[in-house]
Write a protein that binds this ligand. Structure first.
Ligand code: 3PG
Length: 311
């Protein structure tokens, strides 16, 4: 990709970088599949997406504070201006995260991810509004992406408006988050891993009061009793797994974003959704109509065309 090509030096470093990005992408996708399975298991038993979103951020923040304190990871050198610049990015991360989790609490994981496979279309539209020009084939490739997602949405057996809108809002918020994260990391002496750690901590601070206002301790306590009595103590491990894997997959995705353009990131993210959609349909026995699957396949194929058009 053009943006990536400019980021690498000679030919050997280009090959090495490709291998590195390949390893990052594979790790990101595997971690994300595990996260999605545990996240949905938790939401089925304990349908409080605002709390589970907060716990994921809290867990990631604790992991990174521990890593910094023990010097497993060198802490970043930040100043007040860094945190001020990070604030809007953290707002976008918070919105995108909560919106996706609320969506998954209302609909099948596969449906959320089919809608989220429209992310490259959002990426083009937002980049266009920010002044970037694209060749005509890029715009044409958006037709199958948008059409495929639309077909999948109208034929979804368990369509739910909150589930649909949550995934759409998450798309918009994450595309903006990726663009501004990339700008935020550029020229700064901070790694993708540490940038995401700071983002997690600031998002946690932003999200906590909203989670308390929207759901709150009373609802959580009652819901937790029900979950414990229905599932047993293993629900605690599900919550731990969804929180830990949430942090890990995002951390690896930011290590990738540090090396690639937001556009390539969106393509990689959509390709990731194929494994999430297939594995979640198998694990949760999600009913899928052939026309519904066709819509998802068209959308994913559109992303393939989009990646070719961008080359
Ligand atoms: C979240 O909770 O942030 C979403 O599940 C993440 O969606 P993504 O697949 O776009 O990272």
């Amino acid at each position: 990709y053009e943006a990536d090509r400019s980021e690498v030096g000679g030919a050997p470093s280009k090959a090495a970088k490709k291998v590195k990005i390949g390893i990052y992408f594979a790790t990101w996708w595997v971690l994300n599949v595990v996260f999605n399975i545990y996240n949905k298991k938790v939401l089925n038993a304990f349908p409080y997406p605002w709390l589970t979103s907060t716990l994921s951020l809290a867990c990631g923040s604790l992991i990174m504070l521990f890593c910094w304190a023990t010097k497993i990871v060198e802490p970043p050198k930040t100043d007040l201006q860094f945190w001020k610049d990070l604030f809007p990015v953290a707002v976008l991360h918070t919105i995108g995260h909560v919106a996706a989790t609320v969506s998954m609490s209302k609909v099948a994981v596969s449906f959320t991810h089919i809608i989220k496979s429209a992310e490259p279309a959002f990426s083009v539209m937002v980049s266009r509004l920010l002044g970037e020009e694209f060749p005509a084939p890029v715009y044409l490739s958006l037709i199958p992406i948008i059409g495929g997602c639309g077909l999948a949405a109208v034929t979804e057996l368990n369509f739910n408006m909150i589930g649909f809108m949550g995934a759409m809002i998450s798309n918009l918020a994450f595309v903006l988050r990726n663009i501004y994260s990339k700008k935020g990391m550029k020229g700064k002496d901070i790694s993708g891993m540490n940038y995401y750690a700071c983002l997690s901590m600031l998002s946690l601070v932003i999200l906590t009061p909203f989670a308390i206002a929207v759901e709150g301790p009373q609802m959580w306590a009652a819901g937790w009793q029900t979950a414990l009595s229905q599932i047993g103590p293993q629900v605690i491990w599900w919550v731990a797994a969804q929180s830990i894997f949430y942090h890990l997959y995002n951390q690896v995705s930011y290590m990738s974003l540090d090396e690639i353009s937001p556009l390539t990131f969106s393509i990689g993210n959509t390709m990731k959704r194929i494994s999430v959609i297939v594995s979640s349909i198998i694990i949760f026995h999600t009913p899928v109509q052939p026309i519904n699957a066709l819509g998802a396949a068209i959308a994913i194929f559109g992303t393939f065309l989009y990646s070719q058009a961008n080359q």
